[in-house]
Design a protein around this ligand. Structure first.
Ligand code: AMP
Length: 115
C-alpha cells in the first residue's frame, strides 16, 4: 500500500529510529547508513512519494522541511562549517525510498559534483 514505506512506519512509531525532532508536519531521524558524521533525514508525516508529487498546496510543508534542516544544522554544530541539503528524485536522482525526504549531511568536507 502506498502509505507503507519504511519512513511511514517510522513516522507511525512502528519501526525504531533515532528521532531527533518531530512535530505535526515532519519527523527527523538519523540515517541508518550515514555518509557523514551528521546525516539526518527530514520527512513529511504524510506520505508524498517524490518531489514530483509536490504541489503549490505543499509550499508551507517544503519550507518547513528546509527550515527544520537549518535549525538541526545549528543544533548539530555544523551550521558555520557547512552542510548539504539534498532531495533525491526517482531512479537517476538516486532515490531509494519513495516517501519524500530531505537529507541533511555535514561534519566533513564534501566534493562536487556528486557521483
Ligand atoms: P534516498 O536514496 O534518497 O531514497 O535515501 C534513502 C535513505 O534512507 C538512505 O540514505 C538510507 O540509508 C536511509 N534509510 C533506509 N532505511 C532506513 C531506516 N530504517 N532508518 C533510517 N534510515 C534509513
Amino acid at each position: 500500500m502506498a502509505e507503507d514505506t519504511i519512513f511511514a512506519r517510522i513516522v507511525r512509531g512502528e519501526v525504531p529510529a533515532t528521532i531527533v525532532y518531530r512535530d505535526d508536519m515532519v519527523t527527523a531521524f538519523r540515517d541508518i547508513a550515514p555518509v557523514a558524521p551528521t546525516h539526518i533525514l527530514i520527512v513529511p508525516n504524510r506520505t508524498i512519494p517524490t518531489l514530483n508529487d509536490l504541489t503549490a498546496d505543499d509550499a508551507a510543508l517544503i519550507a518547513h522541511m528546509v527550515l527544520t534542516a537549518q535549525r538541526l544544522a545549528q543544533q548539530e554544530g555544523i551550521a558555520e562549517s557547512g552542510y548539504r541539503v539534498v532531495i533525491n528524485c526517482n531512479p537517476q536522482g538516486g532515490q531509494s525510498v519513495y516517501h519524500l525526504h530531505l537529507h541533511l549531511i555535514g561534519g566533513r568536507k564534501m566534493s562536487w559534483p556528486p557521483g
